[in-house]
Design a protein around this ligand. Structure first.
Ligand SMILES: [Zn+2]
Length: 332
């Protein structure tokens, strides 16, 4: 058993280093892994109004969610350091003169946190003030960067390369939820347990009626289960069900609560239901095969995702990678 465990750990680690370094780290820093994933940062940042006070910015890396209101700007995820100046320019265009108060990281990967330092340094933290924030209000340079504690642990213990202290969160939370009230809107940070990583947060803007999912939900392919950061297929399924619980469709099962996927297009509940069904069906097939005593190679040969590969098999994660992670995490 010990032998089997350490083998699958090594496999997960080397798989991670080989293929996913660019997801975790700025491509300039990943050395040998960078050639296959060399990023072209000569891409414009574009913004789209989502609903209420919420916008989404695209570029290179995870979609960036921005909430803008009278009290300032809140930013969810920061793409790469190379993209951060362009993100800042677009935020300034959307919210002239407004100050970035909060940055939230949905998880630790470098395509979501690489711009942390630059975005944070452009902002200011509110350090005192009464409820109305109009008495004794003072500010410290640098926005507050909030994430689940496991994001901090992942960044603090990264060794190849090390993640500079200035990129780490400045505020971490424990437990299932962290609440903010900002720009006259309740904002729920919802921890997802072991899912894409063990530090995933989804951000629900209750008044704007928008949820930003992080890498739990990607529209263009199979999800990446980062085994080296303790991801698990069951947490992905739970996270998708959590999105479905929160979203309320408007008419004919369309519209209503808008879902910002971390890679891909905007969605509504029906899109997430389709995706959840697909993931759940594949997970259950693999579980059945494990129960039949099939080895990983036998499961891969049986192609339990074949009927979905046409639509989802050409994303960042190949069918083999996805099935392998499903198998490994269900076999723990
Ligand atoms: Zn990620």
């Amino acid at each position: 058993m010990t032998n089997k465990k350490s083998k699958s750990w090594n496999k997960a680690t080397s798989h991670f280093q080989k293929t996913l370094g660019a997801c975790l780290l700025s491509s300039a820093l990943v050395g040998g892994a960078s050639e296959a994933f060399a990023q072209n940062f000569d891409v414009e940042v574009k913004s789209y109004h989502v609903a209420g006070q919420v916008w989404v910015l695209t570029g290179v890396g995870g979609n960036v969610t921005v909430q803008i209101g009278d009290e300032g700007v809140l930013v969810v995820d920061t793409q790469y350091a190379e993209m951060a100046p362009k993100l800042l320019a677009e935020i300034e265009r959307l919210a002239p003169g407004k100050i970035i108060r909060y940055v939230i990281n949905t998880h630790a990967h470098g395509d979501h946190t690489g711009g942390n330092q630059i975005i944070r340094d452009a902002g200011e933290t509110i350090v005192a003030g009464n409820e109305a924030r109009d008495v004794n209000e003072t500010f410290e340079p640098g926005a507050e960067v909030i994430a689940h504690e496991n994001v901090m642990l992942s960044m603090a213990t990264a060794s190849n390369p090390e993640i500079p202290f200035d990129m780490w969160p400045t505020e971490v939370y424990l437990g299932d939820q962290y609440d903010l009230y900002f720009n006259d809107e309740p904002i729920e940070l919802l921890y997802q347990g072991r899912a894409h990583t063990n530090g995933d947060t989804m951000v629900f803007f209750r008044k704007s009626d928008v949820i930003s999912t992080g890498d739990i939900y990607v529209t263009g392919g199979y999800p990446f289960i980062d085994e080296s950061n303790f991801g698990h297929i069951n947490g992905i399924v739970d996270g998708l069900n959590q999105i479905i619980r929160i979203t309320v469709p408007r008419e004919q099962q369309e519209g209503g609560t808008i879902v910002i996927s971390s890679h891909g297009r905007l969605s509504d509940e029906a899109d997430v239901v389709d995706y959840r069904d697909m993931i759940t069906i594949i997970r259950d097939r693999v579980q059945y095969m494990i129960d039949q005593g099939m080895s990983l190679n036998e499961v891969l040969a049986a192609q339990p995702s074949r009927d979905y590969d046409g639509r989802y098999g050409n994303g960042f994660i190949s069918p083999e990678q996805f099935i392998t992670s499903v198998y490994n995490t269900l076999s723990e």
